[in-house]
Design a protein around this ligand. Sequence first.
Ligand SMILES: O=c1[nH]c(=O)c2[nH]c(=O)[nH]c2[nH]1
Length: 316
Amino acid sequence: MQKLTSGRTLYYGKGDVLTYRTYAAPLTVEPIAESPFNGNENVIFAHNIKFSVSGETLLASFTEGDNGQVVATDSMKNFILRHSASYEGCTTEGLLAYIGKRFFERYANVTAIDIEATRLPFGQVLVQGQQGYENSKLVYRPSHNEKAHARLELVRGDGKMSTASLQCGVSDLQLIKVSGSSFFGFIRDEYTTLPESYDRPLFIFLNINWTYDKHADAMSEHSYVAAEQIRDIAHHVFHEFKTPSIQYLINQIGLRILKRFPQLTEVFFESNNRTWETIVEPEGIGQAGVYTEPRPPYGFQGFTMTRDDLAEAGGA
Ligand SMILES: O=c1[nH]c(=O)c2[nH]c(=O)[nH]c2[nH]1
């Protein structure tokens, strides 16, 4: 968040603003090899939004109890809900930019806005139609799988509005690969109890974040990167590669994302190792095994990748 001239930081806002917008404009994207996703009808365009503002004129509300320049957070909630209705676009990023810009226009004393949203996913149910089962266009159910999110920071300086940062991501991908993952060759010393594994049931939790070279690319359907496509790349690469570690797996996913989407400059991963604990070892690949939930604690990885990493790997 923007610093005041005194070097201080202040902000206030509203969280958990739940907006269930119906019939937003449909999104269409260019399909990629790893994903059948080509768009979203956006019949339910629902978000959990967090919104905060900053500005010099708001300091008096903290230091003097003077609310003369304060937009009540209750009004912010109403503003977000009303403008979710008037938004004519089709993406989370576009919605955030729209609400932010409209707020700047309405409240001249606000000089910085931080707005983020998690998309609340709903999936269509299957119903019998003329040619067999088809997706209902009326009945949906909430999905408890991964969720897309975006965060946008807008600033106003010299009367002009600009984007200070835009981060996009998908979180809580949970994937289990039953065979084709190993973990061996690590340091063995007096602290090592973990046996080497040549075929483990690798269960990962994964968050993937990405940034665009040009913020404008996130606002255009031609260059927009859908979270569903990033998710599908992760699915595909996990399926495709025999992985010696989660570290190597996320590197491969990152290279593929950067290769597919030249408009992105950086990809950032956070992963968790939730590999099932083996109770009955299978006799061979494709044979029966029995596993149970791993005991805490869990392992995790963090990794940032840029276009230079792709070039180094010979991918661009
Ligand atoms: O993919 C893994 N990476 C590690 O660094 C690690 N450490 C560990 O105990 N299991 C695993 N698995």
